[in-house]
Design a protein around this ligand. Structure first.
Ligand code: ASP
Length: 427
């Protein structure tokens, strides 16, 4: 049986097992059992893929730059990718706002009974986020003053920055650079093989993560935030089908079913981990193995995308803004819509690819429509306990967007092996 199918089965069985435990044994007993017996397997899988992030990005990116041979090409590739990220994110946030206006997820919601421990934990996290500094500092941080430190702390943008420079150095060194260039290329090949080995555990890892999420969280989100969940799932699904579908089918003229089948592993891992950073090695592996995207593109565009391209998060931030406005009774003027769209897009770029990062940034978006800070914290704390199920969908959307853009860039640059992409799937 193909891996993607096994992973999807793991996902479905995990969800069923988790819900069965929760509603069969009750939340407390179910949580206790899964925390002790199931979660460690999920954690082991997440650690296994996170183990790959640094060596995989570094080696494949350096190898990609040297294979490309011309550093200028890297510039045009990065520029086109960033342009496409902006356009797709703009669609995403507009769609989120349109759906939120129609479905009205916040109408009649009473968030005043939110529990104090949630509020405290949100306030603590917000304080930490505020310490992260302003936009100039964030941009400066992309240049690593110590590349080893960036590697040691999995700081993706500085790693990309250094790897590109190192690749350029290898090219400039000519004959003398060849040995290290070849060594890194062979390390990159080895790392891609390690990724395949790790992925063979994915069905079990995804099963364990889904069992844990469903047993501990259940479907509480549907009792408390039904309309918000509906709006988010609908908007993400529409965005995936229409925006990414059009990129693949209409702009690139590629078979859409092959695309979705090719990335299914990455989508399932994104869905169950709720972290685009943790999913990154899987995203890179499916892009090169199943979609035929050359290493040079996969290893540069995907890590960049996992860090700054978050369409699901942008949709969500637009929705949370409307949710708050409707719950509090703030009128959404046209200016408010524009301000929300702008801040939601920027916040989605700044969001880290880790669980619930997007929700914490909602505070900045709520600020622009005039939600007082104390109320904003209450709203975020109200959603927070149920955020995981929402996060899973937006993370899956984020990762799908990264692969759609990477496919487009690869095709534009002549770096897409269409034979691999179109290969008939031996089901
Ligand atoms: N968890 C999301 C991601 O990793 C970010 C978010 O919270 O929206 O892509």
């Amino acid at each position: 049986m193909k891996l993607w199918l096994q992973v999807l089965i793991g996902l479905g069985l995990g969800a069923a097992a988790g819900l069965g435990l929760r509603y069969g044994l009750g939340p407390e007993q179910a949580s206790e059992i899964v925390e002790t017996w199931v979660k460690p397997f999920g954690d082991a899988f997440v650690r296994l893929i996170r183990m790959l992030v640094v060596p995989l990005i570094f080696t494949t990116l350096v190898a990609g730059v040297t294979a490309m041979g011309d550093p200028k090409k890297m510039g045009s590739l990065g520029g086109t990718a960033i342009g496409m990220y902006f356009i797709t994110t703009w669609f995403a946030v507009s769609l989120g706002l349109a759906i939120g206006t129609v479905i009205k997820p916040g109408e009649g919601v009473d968030y005043s009974g939110v529990d104090a421990s949630s509020v405290e934990s949100i306030e603590g996290r917000l304080d930490r986020a505020a310490e992260a500094g302003g936009i100039v500092d964030r941009l400066l941080d992309i240049i690593p003053s110590n590349p080893v430190e960036a590697l040691a702390t999995t700081d993706v943008l500085p790693i990309i920055f250094f790897a590109i420079f190192f690749g350029i150095g290898i090219l400039m060194a000519g004959e003398k650079g060849k040995p290290i260039g070849q060594a890194i290329e062979s390390a990159a090949d080895a790392m891609l093989k390690v990724t395949i080995v790790v992925m063979s555990f994915a069905p079990y890892g995804v099963f364990a993560l889904m069992t844990w999420v469903m047993a501990t969280q259940g479907l509480g989100v549907l009792d408390n935030l039904l309309m918000l969940a509906l709006a988010l799932y609908a908007a993400c699904a529409l965005h995936i089908i229409f925006v990414y579908g059009s990129i693949i089918k209409i702009i690139l003229r590629l078979p859409i079913a092959r695309f979705f089948r090719g990335i299914a592993d990455a989508q399932a891992v994104a869905f169950s981990t709720a972290s685009s950073s943790a999913t990154l090695p899987v995203t890179i592996a499916v892009a090169s193995d199943n979609l035929g995207i050359k290493k040079s593109v996969a290893s540069s565009v995907l890590p960049l995308g996992a860090t700054i391209n978050m369409d699901g998060t942008a949709i969500y931030l637009g929705l949370v803004a409307l949710f708050a406005a409707q719950a509090i009774g703030i009128e959404m003027t046209p200016t408010n819509y524009v301000m929300v769209a702008l801040t939601a897009s920027l916040a989605s770029i700044g969001a880290a690819g880790i669980p619930s990062a997007g929700l914490l940034l909602a505070v900045t978006v709520l600020d622009v429509i005039g939600v007082p800070p104390e109320q904003a914290v209450l709203i975020v704390a109200f959603i927070f306990p149920f955020d995981r199920l929402l996060d899973m969908m937006r993370t899956m959307t984020n990762v799908t967007g990264d692969t759609a853009v990477a496919t487009a860039i690869a095709k534009f640059q002549g770096e897409l092996d269409e034979e691999v992409f179109r290969a008939k799937d031996p089901l």
